[in-house]
Write a protein that binds this ligand. Structure first.
Ligand SMILES: C[S@@+](CC[C@H](N)C(=O)[O-])C[C@H]1O[C@@H](n2cnc3c(N)ncnc32)[C@H](O)[C@@H]1O
Length: 495
């Protein structure tokens, strides 16, 4: 482990720091207007030449962008001007910067994110001997989970494996109280600092292993982006759980029900092992046996082990890292010995229903997950509850309506002297969407669902115009409706 951090918790110093960052307009809008970059966490070394040009006037904001977002040295004179009334010595003592001669470099990354500024470790730290307790920032996985988080009001929320605190901070907006847990003391210190810097008073950080720091407590919402990477290594706390295979994810979903209030949700971003002779759905379903939860697994990726290993090794290592090829071979050998063929990933949402068995649903091929994913997940739970109970007669009596977010995309090709359909695709413009081909019957069914006519009436009209008897058409339409309701294209009857 590395040296303890000296990030301050002194309210006066934090208020002054907040004032300095605000006065410079160190915000996503300020950054966008100055350098034209919307996702400042994604700035790469190759962007630096252009961005040096765009920050050449030496304003306080430009100096902070260079220091914290481009991660280049700035001269002490410009920095002094940018951070007044604070001093270089104060910033150095707080562990925000390191100085050498007339130059300063960021010792901590500061990222303007939404209405917050989030501190975390600079990625370069991963490449040092102190990389093992690296605290990651707002990564792609953080955004995926935050986008999918159910944001209904929660009395008590748990963020398991909080890192810099990002999930907990987002959840604090719709929670009376948040407990943010991490095994890494460095993460707890950083999350604490971030909470205070951003004035988040309803979040408390606790150090410890998984659920141990909240033993005896229950929550309306548990969110977790755990160290889910499946590999033979136990190098980095943020990435490696130290448990075999996908055991960390299995353990969290097995233990979570005990910490959920009735009706409470647990959402976890997962990677899981996929084996040659076993359906991944079957294997995951086994994790939830007797859990007393309804479960919705959304798989959005499944990668062969070589692609998976290469991707994760390149996250932390440079190509020229010594023995990288040997480590890659060790990862592949680990998968071979364990029989793991592929690694699947996605979001798992569980809802405690109190009874011994709940429904289990596993969807594949989620193509897009963008806001408001949490709302879509809640709607998906209601849809699945409805479908679990409804028989075909119930479906035929119901009046469904087409989602306003549905989009039909037609691609046509020339044939002779006319255009003919090559593919017609259906997807949703918002939320969680599976892109899929659709046939003319489904097209007709969808547009006929206006929320007022029962499915039976629609089936009668379609049966007449298609010349197909209702006894043949109705079961087929019910099958389609089940599919379309489950995927959010058709909305449930209101009331
Ligand atoms: C992938 S990072 C996620 C960070 C943050 N929640 C996010 O979404 O960006 C996983 C976090 O889990 C923490 N962690 C690892 N093992 C843990 C354990 N056994 N108990 C609690 N936290 C753990 C790591 O220190 C790290 O901060």
């Amino acid at each position: 482990m590395s040296e303890p951090l000296h990030l301050t918790n002194d309210p006066q110093t934090l208020a002054t720091l907040r004032g300095v960052l605000r006065a410079a307009n160190f915000t996503p809008e300020g950054v966008l207007n100055t350098i034209g970059v919307a996702d400042s966490a994604a700035i790469k070394e190759s962007d630096v030449l252009l961005l040096l040009h765009r920050t050449k006037n030496g304003t306080p904001l430009e100096t902070l962008i260079r220091l914290f977002l481009m991660e280049v040295s700035v001269d002490l004179h410009s920095l002094e001007h940018a951070i007044a009334p604070m001093t270089i010595a104060e910033w150095r003592e707080m562990g925000l910067i390191e100085t050498e001669g007339t130059q300063a470099r960021a010792a901590m990354k500061l990222l303007p994110f939404q209405d917050m500024v989030i501190a975390y470790d600079p990625p370069a730290r991963l490449l040092t001997a102190e990389g093992e307790d690296y605290v990651m920032g707002v990564a792609g996985s953080s955004i995926t989970l935050a986008t999918m988080t159910i944001s209904q009001q929660s009395k008590a929320t748990l963020d398991l494996g909080t890192g810099c605190g990002i999930q907990g901070f987002m959840a604090a907006r719709h929670s009376d109280r948040v407990v943010a847990v991490d095994r890494n003391p460095r993460a707890v210190a950083i999350a604490n600092f971030n909470a205070r810097l951003n004035g988040i008073a309803n979040l408390e950080c606790r150090e410890g292993d998984l659920f141990q720091p909240v033993d005896g407590m229950t929550f309306d919402l548990i969110i977790s982006n755990p160290p889910f990477v499946i590999s033979p290594e136990s190098r980095y706390i943020y990435r490696d759980s130290g448990m075999a295979g996908d055991e960390v994810c299995r353990r969290i979903v097995r233990e979570a029900p005990r910490f959920l209030n009735p009706g409470g949700f647990c959402q976890i971003l997962c990677n899981w092992a996929e084996f040659a002779n076993q359906d991944w759905r079957e294997r995951l379903e086994g994790w939830f046996a007797g859990s007393g939860c309804d479960v919705w697994v959304m798989r959005n990726q499944s990668r062969d082990v070589a692609t998976y290993a290469a991707t994760w090794l390149r996250h932390t290592e440079k190509l020229e890292t010594e023995n990288l090829d040997e480590r890659f071979a060790e990862w592949l050998e680990y998968y071979r010995e364990s029989g793991i063929e592929r690694v699947g990933g996605g979001v798992i949402t569980m809802r405690r229903n109190g009874s011994g068995s709940g429904w289990f649903r596993a969807d594949d091929g989620i193509e897009t997950m963008y806001g408001p994913g949490g709302e879509c997940i809640l709607a998906g739970f209601s849809a699945q509850d409805f479908l679990e109970k409804a028989d075909d007669a119930g479906l035929l009596d119901a009046s469904f309506s087409l989602s306003p977010d549905a989009r039909l995309v037609r691609q046509m090709i020339p044939s002779g002297n006319e255009w003919i359909d090559e593919v017609t695709e259906l997807h949703l413009a918002r939320g969680v969407s599976h892109r899929g081909n659709i046939d003319p019957y489904m097209e007709r069914l969808l547009i006929g669902c206006d929320g007022t006519r029962p499915l039976k009436v629609l089936a009668g009209e379609m049966s007449e115009s298609l010349g197909v008897g209702p006894e043949k058409l109705e079961p087929e339409l019910c099958r389609m409706v089940r599919h379309l309701v489950a995927r959010g294209y058709l909305l449930l009857p209101s009331g």
